[in-house]
Design a protein around this ligand. Sequence first.
Ligand code: PEP
Ligand code: MN
Length: 337
Amino acid sequence: MVVVLKQKVRDEEIQALVEQLESYGVKTSIMEGVDCKVIGLLGDTSLINKEEIENNEIVEKVMRVSEPYKKANRKFHPKDSVYQIGGHTIGGKKLAIIAGPCSVESEEQIIEVARLVKKSGAHFLRGGAFKPRSSPYSFQGLGDEGLDLLLKAKAEVGLGIVSELMSIRHLERFERDVDIIQVGARNMQNFDLLKELGKIRKPILLKRGLSNTLEEWLMAAEYIMAGGNEQVILCERGIRTFETFTRNTCDISAVPAIKRLSHLPILVDPSHSAGMRFMVESLSLAAIAAGADGIIVEVHNNPTKALCDGQQSIWPDQFDEIVNKIKAIAPIVGREV
Ligand code: PEP
Ligand code: MN
């Protein structure tokens, strides 16, 4: 962190600021320029409140030169994080494939989709029980009954389950029954929810917010990790741009960027990224080619009748083909399925 001082400040004022900064346990070093002075800070500056320092009368501006996230930062944890979840790994050499409908709709639907995606090679079953719909009049998910049906599918088919938690009210149930708890794009900066998730010991799939930077996303991961729950999986799901043809713009560059900045695994969700079925295959393959640790994709046994996100849900046959193509390109990027 660097603190740039205003012109013509008195030595006593600088001394008082230096003492304030050093009270945070950092070392300071003063550099004298032609017409201003700069204080350089060495050490862990994560506890320093930037606004508080900027409010000091003699301070022109404060700039961070290192990232504010620590636990999610590759600098402090150079090796990739790899999690063992229900007999599968997320991160590392093996790619993770998560598939299933946007929402759980009925017992027949979820069990049929579970069977089909497992046959094609999926490692986990996704399915929304509590849905964050843009309209209050749209199908909101089956709630607790949806979780019951996911558990039934898990027992019958043998796939671990991934489902979105929208409210702290349901945390106990999710902690008990869900293998990977999804935080949706709209809740990426629900800091109360993130703090509560930091207290449990369950893997969290943290989707990137609709308009969030990589740093904001990693800071959201940091919230969970700071509480002691270090099993965070990031998921790029497309961001808002000026383009209106696609539902969102899939930020493939987020994959190599996150790999450089963080040790956390990153998946890509090609379904919400594109919003259209015909793009799901291309984006899935692009994600794997770019170094993603896997995909989470919406598959429905009859997408034309889906109660949610049907236009982007693929048919089971299409999923089967995507998995086969992923198997073919995985070795090129040093991975396997
Ligand atoms: C979903 O996975 O169905 C979902 C709502 O995702 P997102 O939060 O990325 O929109
Ligand atoms: Mn969806």
